[in-house]
Design a protein around this ligand. Structure first.
Ligand SMILES: Cc1cc2nc3c(=O)[nH]c(=O)nc-3n(C[C@H](O)[C@H](O)[C@H](O)COP(=O)(O)O)c2cc1C
Length: 172
């Protein structure tokens, strides 16, 4: 009983007071890496995101979380559409490029426009094109749920991963 109380206290302490340690523990969960893209007024935008997950098969729903001050979020909110581009193992440079606020991101990648007008990265492993389904408050992030309207697999290589702030090479 005492031990449970003390564990709870310690968990509370680390999540409230030590953001860096909290991020470190979350970073022990290995993920893939995506670039979320959208477009308004002919200007494509994109941001690196690893908070992507699938949600539902019927209807087909996926989600990602984005910081509420993101430069890309207002574009998605306006157009109500976005694409999830799943990065391949040789796209660490693309991951880095879309994780900065520097422009222009799209000069370094080949892309085309999908059915809803959002950019699709040609060299991504695969993509999911979505319309905006629902947005949920998630603290300093927004939980963005999209309804998949088109998708495709484009390559058969391994994925780019994210673990402890770096990339792990998977043997497949
Ligand atoms: C591997 C990786 C994963 C990331 N995942 C997310 C994420 O899930 N949500 C998020 O808001 N930012 C995430 N970021 C940070 C954004 O990519 C970064 O802050 C970017 O500059 C935000 O751009 P914007 O504010 O111009 O939209 C991630 C960065 C990296 C390198």
């Amino acid at each position: 009983m005492d031990m449970i109380a003390s564990r709870n206290d310690s968990a509370k302490h680390s999540s409230v007071l030590d953001t860096r340690a909290f991020r470190g523990v979350c970073g022990l969960f290995v993920t893939g890496v995506t670039v979320i893209t959208s477009q308004a007024g002919g200007e494509p935008v994109g941001v690196t995101v690893n908070s992507f997950t699938s949600v539902s098969l019927d209807p087909p729903l996926v989600l990602f979380c984005i910081h509420h001050l993101s430069r890309v979020w207002p574009v998605i909110e306006q157009t109500e559409s976005f694409a999830v581009n799943i990065l391949a193992e040789d796209q660490a440079e693309v991951c880095r490029a879309f994780a900065t606020k520097a422009h222009p991101h799209f000069s370094t990648v080949k892309s085309r426009y999908g059915a809803t007008g959002v950019p699709i990265l040609d060299d991504a492993l695969g993509y999911l094109e979505c319309t905006l389904h629902r947005v949920i408050d998630g603290g300093d992030h927004l939980i963005v749920i999209g309804r998949v309207v088109d998708f495709g697999a484009q390559r058969e290589d391994g994925p780019l991963t994210f673990f402890r702030s770096g990339h792990l090479r998977l043997e497949i």
